[in-house]
Design a protein around this ligand. Structure first.
Ligand code: THU
Length: 126
């Protein structure tokens, strides 16, 4: 699956975001190593700390369906915002399941791909 299509799926998932508090909608599309796709959106809560980010929604969906190895994740965040990097918690969760994987984002109208290791060079590992 090419990055452009992956990002398009992330934008579709972004439309499903439940973000009445921040009004910051995020969508993600995660690709497993075998090419299977899982989308996710952020799901907020009146108790703000209970909010789940789009990236983790996609990962948790996938892991709960029996997938544990992923190649990349595309993320679309904000309205008219050029790029949204995954937050630190999501990077740490991504590290668990795709240490060699990459993150796809739109930057200045261009689709860019970053290795997870560039975004989280010193993640926690046991
Ligand atoms: N959010 C994500 O979905 N992914 C990130 O990587 C960062 C932040 C969400 C959480 C919250 O619903 C909103 O964006 C504002 O922080």
């Amino acid at each position: 699956m090419d990055n452009e299509t992956l990002l398009q799926y992330a934008k579709e998932a972004q439309k499903k975001a439940y973000a009445p508090y921040s009004r910051f909608a995020v969508g993600a599309c995660l690709m497993a190593e075998d090419g299977t796709l899982f989308t996710g959106c952020n799901v907020e809560n009146a108790s703000y700390g209970a909010t789940n980010c789009a990236e983790r929604t996609a990962i948790f969906k996938a892991v709960s369906e029996g997938y544990q190895n992923f190649a990349k994740i595309a993320v679309a965040g904000g309205e008219g915002k050029e790029h949204t990097f995954p937050c630190g918690i999501c990077l740490q969760v991504l590290l668990e399941f795709m240490p060699e994987g990459s993150v796809v984002l739109e930057c200045s109208g261009k689709i860019r791909e970053f290795k997870l290791s560039e975004l989280l060079p010193f993640g926690f590992q046991l």
